[in-house]
Design a protein around this ligand. Structure first.
Ligand code: DGL
Length: 268
């Protein structure tokens, strides 16, 4: 079972890409919305949340966990990898693909304060940018917009413009979405940035990486075809020899209204 977590519904932007690739897997998604946003919290706070959530997900049966949150990846993934005997897949800010496509030679990164100041992000940026200039801005207020379900309209445009415009003014023609909440604002971001700007969401690459790791570890549904505990007939039409059926469970530490709404909107 694949466990996925984020400070809220942002990780659903990663989950939807994973599910496209691996529809037959079982999932448990944890939205830590009682403690959202993570962006301004201390590293110690995020590590404590990540441990607690990891234990909940493992308790539910997760045998691999996707940290579908750039801020939590930057703060906590090395601790999680050192403390738990399962694989963790994190979010990588897509500096490398952005550097490959920029024509202006300026890449803009939008992320939370926590991600931008983290050693992990800075290391990725400094080793990947080559001759390209990387400019950064906090997506101020973006997480709050998404968590309140406001992903379009004049107010959302104004909030997005305030953080995006400084990057465009510096000449960025490629914008990296360095927070998993931001892809839900892609339409607004495109509208503000205009047609010549490329917007990069790392979620599809993370989903492909997860699939490779699961293949390597023998965790993909169907890899347990010799599992003696499976004795029933194959689920009709699933094409599977294993016992997983593509079931998803959604858990949240706070009210689940927005999570349910977004999951329904995305057909998840
Ligand atoms: N979605 C998260 C990220 O990718 C965290 C947003 C927040 O809680 O501040 O960084």
């Amino acid at each position: 079972m694949i466990g996925i977590f984020d400070s809220g519904i942002g990780g659903l932007s990663v989950y939807r890409e994973i599910r496209k690739l691996l529809p037959q897997e079982d999932y448990v998604y944890y939205a830590d919305n009682a403690h959202c946003p993570y962006g301004e919290k201390t590293r110690e706070y995020i590590i404590a949340r990540a441990r607690e959530i990891t234990e909940t997900l493992i308790g539910k049966g997760a045998d691999i966990i996707v940290v579908a949150c750039n801020t939590a990846t930057a703060a906590a993934i090395s601790t999680l990898r050192a403390e738990y005997p399962i694989r963790f897949i994190g979010m990588e800010p897509a500096i490398k693909p952005a550097v490959a496509v920029t024509r202006s030679g300026v890449v803009g990164v939008l992320a939370t304060a926590g991600t931008l100041k983290a050693e992990k992000y800075r290391h990725t940026r400094d080793t990947m940018h080559g001759d390209v200039v990387v400019v950064e801005h906090i997506g101020q207020g973006f997480v709050e917009l998404v968590e309140s379900g406001e992903t379009s309209g004049p107010h959302a445009e104004e909030v997005v413009r305030n953080s995006l415009k400084p990057l465009l003014d510096e000449g960025a023609d490629t914008i990296v979405l360095g927070c998993t909440h931001y892809p839900f604002l892609t339409d607004v971001i495109r509208k503000v940035a205009g047609p010549d700007v490329t917007v990069i969401d790392p979620a599809p690459a993370v989903a492909r990486h997860l699939m490779e790791v699961m293949q390597e570890e023998g965790l993909l549904a169907g890899s347990e075809s010799t599992d003696a505990s499976f004795s029933g007939p194959e689920p009709a039409g699933s094409g599977l020899t294993g016992k997983r059926t593509g079931h998803s469970e959604f858990i949240s530490s706070g009210p689940d209204t927005v999570l349910k709404k977004m999951a329904a909107r995305l057909n998840l």
